[in-house]
Write a protein that binds this ligand. Structure first.
Ligand code: GRF
Length: 193
Protein backbone atom coordinates (compact mmCIF):
# COMPACT_ATOMS: atom_id res chain seq x y z
CA UNK A 1 0.00 0.00 0.00
CA UNK A 2 1.24 3.46 -0.91
CA UNK A 3 1.08 6.14 1.77
CA UNK A 4 -0.58 9.20 0.30
CA UNK A 5 0.83 12.45 1.65
CA UNK A 6 -0.65 15.93 1.45
CA UNK A 7 1.68 18.86 2.02
CA UNK A 8 0.26 22.19 3.19
CA UNK A 9 2.30 25.29 2.42
CA UNK A 10 1.93 29.08 2.51
CA UNK A 11 5.21 30.27 1.02
CA UNK A 12 8.58 29.20 -0.30
CA UNK A 13 8.01 25.46 -0.02
CA UNK A 14 11.62 24.33 0.41
CA UNK A 15 10.63 21.64 2.93
CA UNK A 16 7.99 20.42 0.49
CA UNK A 17 10.74 20.14 -2.15
CA UNK A 18 12.97 18.26 0.34
CA UNK A 19 10.18 15.72 0.90
CA UNK A 20 9.55 15.39 -2.85
CA UNK A 21 13.30 14.86 -3.44
CA UNK A 22 13.50 12.23 -0.70
CA UNK A 23 10.65 10.31 -2.34
CA UNK A 24 12.27 10.63 -5.75
CA UNK A 25 15.57 9.37 -4.35
CA UNK A 26 13.92 6.30 -2.88
CA UNK A 27 14.38 7.39 0.75
CA UNK A 28 10.67 7.08 1.49
CA UNK A 29 9.55 3.91 -0.30
CA UNK A 30 5.85 3.29 -0.97
CA UNK A 31 5.07 6.94 -0.44
CA UNK A 32 3.70 9.56 -2.78
CA UNK A 33 2.79 13.23 -2.57
CA UNK A 34 -0.83 13.15 -3.64
CA UNK A 35 -1.38 16.90 -3.40
CA UNK A 36 0.24 20.17 -2.34
CA UNK A 37 -2.27 22.63 -0.90
CA UNK A 38 -1.58 26.31 -0.35
CA UNK A 39 -3.75 28.89 1.37
CA UNK A 40 -1.83 31.60 -0.52
CA UNK A 41 -2.36 31.86 -4.30
CA UNK A 42 1.06 33.45 -4.81
CA UNK A 43 3.06 30.96 -2.71
CA UNK A 44 6.41 30.36 -4.42
CA UNK A 45 6.21 26.70 -3.50
CA UNK A 46 3.28 26.18 -5.88
CA UNK A 47 5.54 26.72 -8.90
CA UNK A 48 8.19 24.44 -7.39
CA UNK A 49 5.56 21.72 -6.93
CA UNK A 50 4.28 22.14 -10.48
CA UNK A 51 7.83 21.88 -11.83
CA UNK A 52 7.94 18.48 -10.18
CA UNK A 53 4.57 17.56 -11.71
CA UNK A 54 2.91 17.46 -8.30
CA UNK A 55 -0.79 18.16 -8.11
CA UNK A 56 -1.44 21.56 -6.51
CA UNK A 57 -4.50 23.27 -5.16
CA UNK A 58 -5.10 26.70 -3.65
CA UNK A 59 -7.66 26.80 -0.87
CA UNK A 60 -7.84 30.48 -0.08
CA UNK A 61 -8.94 31.77 3.30
CA UNK A 62 -11.34 34.28 1.71
CA UNK A 63 -11.93 35.89 5.10
CA UNK A 64 -13.50 32.71 6.42
CA UNK A 65 -13.20 31.60 10.00
CA UNK A 66 -10.62 28.92 10.60
CA UNK A 67 -13.02 26.00 10.85
CA UNK A 68 -14.94 26.92 7.72
CA UNK A 69 -11.68 27.13 5.76
CA UNK A 70 -10.50 23.85 7.27
CA UNK A 71 -13.74 22.07 6.36
CA UNK A 72 -12.92 22.70 2.72
CA UNK A 73 -9.38 21.39 3.26
CA UNK A 74 -10.66 18.27 5.05
CA UNK A 75 -13.01 17.46 2.21
CA UNK A 76 -10.11 17.71 -0.25
CA UNK A 77 -7.94 15.50 2.00
CA UNK A 78 -10.71 12.91 2.16
CA UNK A 79 -11.33 13.01 -1.58
CA UNK A 80 -7.60 12.46 -2.11
CA UNK A 81 -7.59 9.56 0.39
CA UNK A 82 -4.75 11.18 2.32
CA UNK A 83 -2.97 9.10 4.98
CA UNK A 84 -0.52 11.71 6.26
CA UNK A 85 -0.54 15.51 6.26
CA UNK A 86 2.77 17.39 6.40
CA UNK A 87 2.65 21.08 7.28
CA UNK A 88 5.62 22.79 5.66
CA UNK A 89 5.64 26.51 6.33
CA UNK A 90 1.83 26.54 6.54
CA UNK A 91 1.05 29.79 8.29
CA UNK A 92 -2.49 29.24 9.54
CA UNK A 93 -3.12 27.59 12.90
CA UNK A 94 -5.32 24.54 12.32
CA UNK A 95 -8.82 24.33 13.78
CA UNK A 96 -9.64 21.44 16.13
CA UNK A 97 -11.93 20.20 13.32
CA UNK A 98 -8.95 19.50 11.04
CA UNK A 99 -6.69 18.25 13.85
CA UNK A 100 -9.35 15.79 15.00
CA UNK A 101 -10.20 14.66 11.44
CA UNK A 102 -6.56 13.53 10.99
CA UNK A 103 -5.61 12.68 14.55
CA UNK A 104 -1.93 11.71 14.90
CA UNK A 105 -1.63 12.00 11.13
CA UNK A 106 -0.55 15.63 10.88
CA UNK A 107 3.13 16.59 11.21
CA UNK A 108 4.71 20.03 11.43
CA UNK A 109 8.27 21.29 11.16
CA UNK A 110 9.41 24.14 13.39
CA UNK A 111 12.76 25.98 13.36
CA UNK A 112 13.72 25.54 17.02
CA UNK A 113 14.29 22.81 19.54
CA UNK A 114 10.75 22.65 20.87
CA UNK A 115 9.43 23.12 23.51
CA UNK A 116 11.75 26.15 23.30
CA UNK A 117 10.66 29.08 21.14
CA UNK A 118 7.24 28.09 19.82
CA UNK A 119 5.29 30.47 17.58
CA UNK A 120 6.64 33.04 15.18
CA UNK A 121 10.27 34.12 14.75
CA UNK A 122 11.77 31.12 16.49
CA UNK A 123 15.27 31.89 15.17
CA UNK A 124 15.04 35.47 16.47
CA UNK A 125 13.86 34.15 19.83
CA UNK A 126 16.93 31.87 20.03
CA UNK A 127 19.26 34.82 19.34
CA UNK A 128 17.46 37.05 21.85
CA UNK A 129 17.96 34.39 24.52
CA UNK A 130 21.67 34.07 23.66
CA UNK A 131 21.11 30.38 23.00
CA UNK A 132 24.30 28.49 22.17
CA UNK A 133 22.39 25.71 20.46
CA UNK A 134 19.18 25.75 18.48
CA UNK A 135 17.83 23.54 15.72
CA UNK A 136 14.60 22.17 14.32
CA UNK A 137 11.82 19.85 15.36
CA UNK A 138 9.23 17.69 13.62
CA UNK A 139 6.25 17.02 15.84
CA UNK A 140 2.70 15.72 15.70
CA UNK A 141 0.14 18.48 15.54
CA UNK A 142 -2.41 18.67 18.33
CA UNK A 143 -4.57 21.52 19.50
CA UNK A 144 -1.68 23.41 21.13
CA UNK A 145 0.63 25.88 19.38
CA UNK A 146 3.74 23.90 18.34
CA UNK A 147 3.16 21.74 21.42
CA UNK A 148 2.36 18.24 20.10
CA UNK A 149 4.52 15.15 20.74
CA UNK A 150 8.03 15.45 19.32
CA UNK A 151 9.09 12.95 16.65
CA UNK A 152 12.65 14.04 15.82
CA UNK A 153 15.06 16.94 16.21
CA UNK A 154 18.38 18.14 14.80
CA UNK A 155 20.63 20.65 16.50
CA UNK A 156 22.55 23.64 15.13
CA UNK A 157 25.28 25.55 16.98
CA UNK A 158 24.59 29.27 17.33
CA UNK A 159 27.63 31.48 16.65
CA UNK A 160 28.41 34.85 18.23
CA UNK A 161 28.10 36.51 14.83
CA UNK A 162 24.89 34.84 13.79
CA UNK A 163 22.05 36.98 12.51
CA UNK A 164 18.47 35.85 12.06
CA UNK A 165 19.31 35.27 8.38
CA UNK A 166 22.48 33.22 8.87
CA UNK A 167 21.00 31.13 11.67
CA UNK A 168 17.77 30.55 9.73
CA UNK A 169 19.76 29.38 6.70
CA UNK A 170 21.77 26.85 8.73
CA UNK A 171 18.67 25.59 10.51
CA UNK A 172 16.87 25.27 7.17
CA UNK A 173 19.62 22.97 5.85
CA UNK A 174 18.98 20.70 8.80
CA UNK A 175 15.20 20.93 8.32
CA UNK A 176 15.59 19.51 4.84
CA UNK A 177 17.36 16.45 6.27
CA UNK A 178 15.10 16.14 9.29
CA UNK A 179 11.67 16.19 7.66
CA UNK A 180 12.20 13.10 5.48
CA UNK A 181 13.85 11.31 8.43
CA UNK A 182 10.87 12.07 10.65
CA UNK A 183 8.36 10.95 8.03
CA UNK A 184 10.33 7.71 7.64
CA UNK A 185 10.15 7.16 11.40
CA UNK A 186 6.39 7.72 11.47
CA UNK A 187 5.85 5.36 8.56
CA UNK A 188 8.05 2.70 10.13
CA UNK A 189 6.06 2.87 13.34
CA UNK A 190 2.72 2.83 11.52
CA UNK A 191 -0.39 4.77 12.45
CA UNK A 192 -2.19 4.20 15.72
CA UNK A 193 -5.87 3.95 14.89
C1 GRF B 1 10.62 26.68 7.90
O1 GRF B 1 11.62 27.33 8.63
C2 GRF B 1 9.74 25.86 8.82
O2 GRF B 1 10.41 25.31 9.91
C3 GRF B 1 8.75 26.89 9.30
O3 GRF B 1 8.50 27.71 8.18
C4 GRF B 1 9.63 27.66 7.30
C5 GRF B 1 9.10 27.19 5.98
O4 GRF B 1 10.07 27.20 4.97
N1 GRF B 1 7.56 26.26 9.83
P1 GRF B 1 9.75 26.52 3.57
O5 GRF B 1 8.43 27.17 3.06
O6 GRF B 1 9.59 25.06 3.77
O7 GRF B 1 10.89 26.88 2.68
Amino acid sequence: MTTRIAILISGRGSNMVALADAIENGKLPNTEIAIVISDQPDAKGLAAAQERSLKTLVVERRGRKREEHDREIVSVLREERIDLVCLAGYMRVLSPFLVDAFKKRILNIHPSLLPLYPGLDAQRQALEHDAKVSGCTVHFVDNTLDGGPIIAQRTVAVGEDDTVETLSARILEQEHILYPEAVALVLKHGFDE
